[in-house]
Design a protein around this ligand. Structure first.
Ligand code: PLP
Length: 225
């Protein structure tokens, strides 16, 4: 049995004085585990499935800030826009438009991160750099008042090669800084750079991450049935 409270304390120690936000990724984990982390002071939680996140949100304290970090289908957006705090995994313009539409129906502005493809694996979702530049240079965002683009999210290649991971994080950070300076739109507020998971969050923080998404180091390994 993992000691969730102790794991959280240990991660905060590793995070040092950095002002980064720790998002506890609770996918596949039961309500009791989330409650335990909550009781230890954790407020940001992330999930990768719409139904699972919605069911958990309904049963847990309303002050919890829920983050969607998994690939999101357009037809499921409506279930999370009423309560979601931040969607990290916006990987297409069509999805951004769907979020805008559904958020408009419930009179919300939904915070989003644009997911950037930085890993070598072809399976990971996200915009590539040129697609991102094209999107921001266009007037698409100007027509989406119900989304607020708060930053970028990236997942490094799943590899033990630290130099590889470091170069991916560094190039995402460079892109983030470049975009921050380059555009002025009311719903483009590039403040957050979501990168780093259990295996690589210290490296990610050293490379400029403002938000880390940590699951197994808090809750223990996941069992997929
Ligand atoms: C599961 C998941 C995480 C957390 O992974 P750990 O290695 O358990 O820390 C982070 N980000 C995303 C997008 C995930 O799906």
């Amino acid at each position: 049995m993992p000691n969730i409270e102790e794991n959280l304390r240990h991660i905060h120690k590793q995070m040092g004085n950095a002002s980064a936000t720790l998002v506890a990724i609770s996918k596949t984990k039961p309500l009791q585990d989330i409650q335990e982390a909550y009781d230890a002071g954790q407020r940001h939680f992330g999930e990768n499935k719409v139904q699972e996140m919605t069911e958990k949100a309904e049963q847990l304290p309303a002050v919890i800030k829920w983050h969607m970090v998994g690939h999101l289908q357009r037809n499921k957006v409506k279930y999370i826009v009423p309560y979601v705090h931040l969607i990290h995994s916006v990987d297409s313009v069509r999805l951004l438009k769907a979020i805008n539409k559904e958020a408009g129906k419930v009179d919300r502005v939904v915070n989003c991160l644009l997911q950037v493809h930085i890993a070598q694996e072809t399976t990971k979702f996200g915009f590539d750099t040129q697609e991102l530049l094209d999107l921001l240079a266009s007037e698409i965002l100007d027509e989406l008042p119900h989304v607020n683009v708060l930053g970028l999210m990236g997942m490094a290649t799943n590899t033990g090669d630290e130099m590889q991971v470091k170069s991916e994080f560094t190039s995402l950070h460079q892109l983030f800084l470049k975009l921050k300076k380059g555009y002025n739109k009311p719903n483009l507020n590039l403040k957050e750079l979501s990168m780093g998971m259990s295996g690589d969050f210290e490296l990610a923080l050293a490379c400029g991450s403002t938000m880390i998404r940590v699951g197994s180091s808090i809750f223990g390994a996941r069992n997929y049935g």
